[in-house]
Design a protein around this ligand. Structure first.
Ligand code: SF4
Ligand code: SF4
Length: 168
């Protein structure tokens, strides 16, 4: 089984200010692949996919778009001016301010740069918030496949149910 990244999304969001996760992708010297992964995963998994998408309507630059075919949001980082209005507009706090950088960030999963025993630098510098290995999808442990990565995140629907349960 190919080794894959396992991203502890809740953990990273919670302790982001105490993390200094590095990236080896030479896109540009400030590139942070994990920021682009966090944004993509937020729109894929954490976003409630609101029918009226207030986040998209909050963007004066038409930089945030709802892709009807997939029902997910995509941010055009060439149009985005990083004003954070979409983050403020989201009633569920899905869009973290730090995932809206002015610069474009990319992650290529260290394509062609890792030797046999190598580990991506983001894993080495993430204080275990990102892992690398023969992981597989385990929904009962809140581990889900998203594209070529695995993400550990408490599904918002499960969270809603548990909160409702606590309220009764
Ligand atoms: S941060 Fe970017 S996508 Fe969000 S509202 Fe501002 S310009 Fe639009
Ligand atoms: S407002 Fe928030 S939850 Fe709703 S579509 Fe936008 S990002 Fe997703």
């Amino acid at each position: 089984m190919a080794k894959r990244l396992l991203i502890e999304l809740d953990e990273i969001s919670k302790s982001w200010n105490n993390l200094n996760i590095k990236c080896s992708y030479p896109y540009h010297f400030k590139n942070s692949g994990i920021v682009s992964l966090r944004e993509w995963l937020a729109f894929q998994i954490v976003c409630r996919k609101c029918e009226d998408y207030p986040c998209v309507h909050a963007c004066r630059y038409d930089a945030l778009e709802r892709v009807e075919e997939t029902g997910t949001n995509v941010r055009n980082d060439c149009l985005c001016v990083s004003c954070k209005s979409c983050a403020v507009a989201c009633p569920f706090g899905v869009i973290y301010m730090e995932i809206l950088p002015f610069l474009s960030f990319h992650c290529d999963l260290c394509e062609g740069r890792l030797k046999e025993k190598d580990v991506p630098i983001c894993v080495e510098t993430s204080q275990s918030a990102i892992k690398y290995g023969d992981f597989k999808e385990e929904p009962d442990k809140n581990i889900f496949q998203a594209g070529q990565v695995l993400v550990k995140v408490k599904p918002w629907k499960k969270e809603l149910v548990s909160k409702k349960g606590e309220g009764q």
